[in-house]
Structure formats: C-alpha cells, structure tokens
Design a protein around this ligand. Structure first.
Ligand code: UN1
Length: 495
C-alpha cells in the first residue's frame, strides 16, 4: 500500500499550503481503505495569490518568443512520456479507470504537448491585400492574459492539457483548479511543467472545492479567460458570471451520445463498439455511448450479443491487468447512478443485465456497479434523455434510418454520434444530419484525437472547440495590423 502524502498548491513556483490550513483526503475508489493523498482545501485568498502570481509572470511570458514557449511544451511531452506509467498508475488509484485507459489519458496529454509545441512555430495569422496602394495588412494572434482552468476528474491529465497547453503557447498564464477527485494527477502535471523549465508563476495550481476555489477563480477580475469542463448546470453558472465581466469563456458540458446501428451493419463490430463506448471509463465520459439506437430487423440479435458480452465483462480494480471495467469515482457518483437504475425501471425500461451495486467479497471496499443494459427504451424516457455518467446503456429500437436520426437528435446535448452501416450514402447523410460536434462511422462515440476540434452543439457547449488549431481561438485575440508606407494620408473606402 502506497504511503499517503500531503500535497501542496503551486503558486509563483513555490509549493505552499492553503491559507485555510485545511486539507481534504482522497481515497482509492477501488478500495476505500487506501488513502491516496491529502490536498489543500484552498480559499479565495489562495486564488488571489495564484492570480497575482500569474499576472506578474504574464508580463514576461507574453514576450517570450512563441517557438521558445513551444520548446518548453516539447520538453513537457518528453517528460510525460518518460513518466507515463507512474502517472497512469496514480491516476487509476485516484479515480479508478483501468490502467489501459489511464495510459491513454497520459498519451493524450503527450500528443497535445507535441502538437502545441509545433504550434509555437506556426500560430499562423493572415496577410491580405490592401484596397489602397503602398499599404500592408495582416492579422496576428495576441495572448489574452490570465486563464482560469477548471477541469473534471474523468480525464485528469488529458483535459487539463487541452486547456493549458494552447493557453501557454499563445503566451497566457494559468491558474489551474482541478477536480478534487483528480488532484494527485494535477500535482504530477505541475511537477512535469516545473521539470520542463516553465518559468515560475506561468502555471499555478490551486486545489479545493468548486464552490470556494473554483468560484473565486471564475469571479476574479484579473482572470480574462475561463475554460471549464463539467456539468451543464455548473457551466450555465460559469457562463453567466463570465458574461457579467465580458470574460472569454469556453465550456465543455454534458453528452447523451448515440450509436445508430443500421440493418446492414457489421453487427460484431457494432457490439464491440457499443461495449467499449458504453462501458469504457465505467461510462463516465462525456463522449460515452449511452444510447444505442438499433434497427428493428437486427435488434434481437444485436441485443442478445451485447448482453452476452456485457455479462462477461470483468469488473474490478483497474490496476489488475485482467480488469475490463473499474469502479465509479466516488460514493456520491455511485449513489447518483443507482438512482438512475431505479428511475429506468420505474419508467418501464426492460432491465436486460446488471442493475445493481457490487458489494460482496473483493468489491466490498470500493464503489462498483454492474455494467447495465436497459432494452426497449422509449426515447422520451429520462434514462434516454439525461446524462447518467455511469455504466448504463439504453438500447432503443427504431424502424428506419430516418427515425434513427430523429431519435439521435432528440436530446438537449450534441457532443458525439456514431453510425454503423456499410452504406456510404447513408453514412454521409448521418454525418450531415447528426447535430453534434463529432461524428464517427463504424466506430463508437468515444476516442477523439487531439488534432481535430473537440466539442459539441446545443447544451454541450457554447460554440467553442478544444484541441487542434481551434483551441487557439479560445486563448488568443486577433489583432489586425495596417502599415501604410505611402507617405501620405490614404482614406479607406474613400480614396
Ligand atoms: C470526456 O469524456 O470528457 O473522445 C473527454 C474521448 C476522449 C476524451 C473524452 N478522447 O472519448
């Protein structure tokens, strides 16, 4: 059993305690007896200090040439590559998903580090002809200032990297408030920044609750960008507070993603996809395939194969290489998922497998839930409309491709969608018609790569995208520059 340690905040390059003098403990969700660490329960005073440090560091960091900023991110990528296994193991210990997936999580941050390192040498603006003689026009990206980064526990390093790495390469500085259930990975991330040679105060860490530390960060007048991933209800509050002070604000929120399985689909492939998309990360992904809409002509076979495979999934401690699905993150999350299981049955959905907490034997000290499938789900049921964020998949029968599209779009979220079909025409119609930010063909709704924009429509987002070049739009302002070398006054739109 690992030795539990007290971890600190990182402010202005110093590891410091919270002014509150309080800490909170994190326990392993697979075995509550293991204390993973204790972390600072920060106050608005700590946030104040962190923002002041970020403001001070900004004056130099914004003037550091972008390729140099990129070189530090490249080194970060190398350090994370070197420490991948160690960070992945700690991530599994603190939030439960299996080692295979936590390695992938670290890999996603490595990918982002290399991409953003390259962005330091690109960061393209435009040159465009002037309508006047002897005049030169161009646009350049400018940093915005201090960024408040608020991230969830389900992707403890990938999501912070989607936010902080584009912020930093653009010349901004950051104050990072990670989810409490993923505080240890956040500490590792900051250590990697330090080792990569990021100057003091450019990235600061403040752990603690959303209601104190998170809220103080969003409210702080010197924070000019807020990047938040979490629930739609919290995102709505963040957006309203940012609007008051005209802060830039990017939100990644809920999802209720559907896989459409058409009658010509390769059913074996579709079952593989539904299993991975539905139960990967114990269903705790905003991209999780929580709905599967299946054509009635293949419904029976698909459902019986999916149930058979689901019942065979090995649930357990994510550090065990045999385990295919880990625990859910916390007691609170477990209780919330169990309530959804009751709601599903009350609404009249057919429970096909799972449906209970696992509490005996090796499960007794963890937060385990059986992978669960509801069949014959009506698209209007709450379990088919709301994000459950747990290992619960709703299978919905449909009669046609058109109906599948309609059901797919009939939710308030719009993150990711998938279609299994062999018909190229049908695939392209689905790509066009699904009102989501991401569409997959013959693959489940999870598995986004960092070189394409990530984000969603409707109540999933607020029009921004993370990752790829699109992320730079969140963390920079355009400046248009006009150089007149004619030596006399020229009047645009007149001369
Ligand atoms: C999330 O669920 O919050 O596409 C992010 C995926 C991952 C990222 C998920 N690359 O499933």
């Amino acid at each position: 059993m690992a030795q539990a340690k007290a971890y600190k905040n990182l402010i202005a390059g110093e590891w410091v305690q919270s002014s509150s003098g309080n800490t909170f403990d994190n326990h392993n969700p697979a075995d509550q007896r293991e204390l993973v660490g204790s972390f600072q329960d920060s106050t608005s005073e700590d946030v104040e200090k962190a923002v002041a440090a970020a403001c001070e560091a900004y004056s130099q960091w914004r003037l550091t040439p972008a390729p140099k900023r990129g070189e530090i991110l490249f080194r970060l990528g190398e350090i994370l590559t070197h420490r991948k296994e160690e960070i992945a193991r700690d991530m599994t210990r603190e939030m439960g998903k299996i080692l295979l997936e936590t390695r992938g999580d670290v890999q996603e941050a490595i990918d982002m580090a290399y991409w953003m390192a390259g962005e330091g040498r690109r960061m393209y603006g435009h040159t465009t002809p002037s309508e006047l003689r002897d005049k030169f026009n161009m646009s350049v990206r400018m940093p915005v200032g201090v960024c408040g980064i608020i991230s969830p526990w389900n992707f403890p390093i990938a999501i912070p990297s989607w936010k902080m790495l584009p912020a930093l390469v653009c010349g901004n500085t950051c104050v990072f408030k990670p989810a409490s259930d993923a505080a240890l990975t956040a500490v590792h991330f900051m250590e990697a920044f330090e080792e990569a040679g990021l100057p003091k105060g450019v990235a600061n860490l403040v752990t603690g609750s959303g209601s104190h530390a998170g809220s103080a960060l969003v409210e702080h007048k010197d924070v000019r960008v807020v990047s938040f991933t979490g629930s739609t209800s919290t995102g709505r509050i963040v957006a309203q507070r940012c609007a008051r002070d005209f802060k830039k604000c990017n939100l990644e929120m809920g999802g209720k993603n559907a896989i459409l399985v058409m009658e010509d689909a390769n059913l074996e492939l579709a079952v593989d996809g539904a299993l991975w998309g539905g139960f990967g990360t114990s269903g705790q992904r905003c991209t999780a395939s929580s709905r599967v809409i299946v054509h009635k002509n293949v419904y029976k076979k698909f459902v019986s194969d999916l149930v058979e495979r689901t019942q065979k999934l090995r649930v357990g401690n994510g550090l065990d290489s045999e385990t295919e699905m880990g625990p859910v993150v916390s007691e609170k999350q477990k209780e919330s998922i169990l309530q959804w299981l009751t709601i599903g049955q009350t609404e009249g959905a057919r429970l096909l497998c799972g449906g209970r907490a696992l509490e005996d034997g090796s499960y007794q000290h963890g937060h385990f839930i059986e992978p669960t499938i509801f069949g014959d789900v009506d698209p209007h049921m709450q379990i088919a409309q709301e994000e459950i964020f747990g290992p619960v998949v709703s299978v919905i029968p449909c009669s046609s491709f058109q109906e599948a599209i309609e059901i797919g779009n009939s939710v308030r979220y719009g993150l990711s969608a998938a279609i299994y079909t062999q018909d190229i025409n049908q695939a392209f119609v689905a790509i066009r018609e699904m009102n989501t930010g991401i569409v997959y063909v013959n693959a489940p709704t999870t598995g986004a790569e960092i070189h394409l924009p990530f984000g969603g429509t409707k109540e999933t987002g607020n029009g921004h995208r993370e990752a790829a070049e699109a992320a730079l739009d969140v963390f920079s302002e355009w400046k248009a520059v006009y150089l007149d070398f004619s030596g006399h006054l020229q009047r645009a739109q007149i001369d």
